[in-house]
Design a protein around this ligand. Structure first.
Ligand code: PNS
Length: 163
């Protein structure tokens, strides 16, 4: 049986932290679907879903069993429809836990056929988030330690405050 995992997130934009989780998930499962999803609790994204998809495509090109998709709906429905056995998320710190635990429980209630699997991030990614990347880029700071080099210019062009 092919074991499919879904790796959902806003990816606005994708960071080295996301790439680490996607890469490790790709070693654990036969196929990984990176799923660009809407977080109803977050403000309007900075990048369109298509832009985010193109950036993820660029940084996962070497991972043969990784594909990318865009979700406009409930994660649990998508997971059921594709027959995935796992939802893979990264856990950075204790502060992530409460929120992630809530989502894992809700998703399990909506669809019991998949498990949420948490991968702990390495220490260097502990404080890394798309929001931090956006803040630094906006003020012209160096984000090369936080995002894959291949998408550095795409992010800078969009986010640097040139007023
Ligand atoms: O990267 P994020 O913003 O922390 O990811 C959160 C995300 C997008 C995975 C979550 O908001 C989500 O699953 N959205 C899809 C809609 C849905 O199913 N919401 C209910 C989850 S309990």
């Amino acid at each position: 049986m092919r074991r499919i995992a879904v790796c959902p997130g806003s990816f606005d934009p994708v960071t080295l932290g996301h790439l680490d989780i996607i890469t490790r998930a790709s070693r654990l499962f036969d196929k990984v679907i990176v799923l660009i999803s809407r977080n109803a609790g977050k403000a309007q994204p900075s990048f369109t879903a298509t832009e985010r998809m193109l950036m993820i495509e660029a940084v996962t090109r070497d991972l043969d069993n990784v594909v990318i998709d865009i979700l406009d709906g409930l994660l649990a429905d998508y997971v059921r429809n594709v027959g995935a056995v796992a939802i893979v998320k990264g856990l950075r710190a204790v502060s992530d836990f409460e929120y992630e635990f809530q989502m894992a429980l809700a998703n399990k209630k909506l669809y019991a056929g998949a498990e949420t699997v948490f991968l702990t991030t390495p220490a260097e990614n502990k404080n890394l988030s798309s929001s931090v990347v956006k803040q630094i880029a906006y003020f012209g700071g160096d984000i090369s330690h936080f995002v894959p080099g291949i998408i550095l210019d795409d992010i800078k062009q969009r986010l640097v405050n040139d007023n």
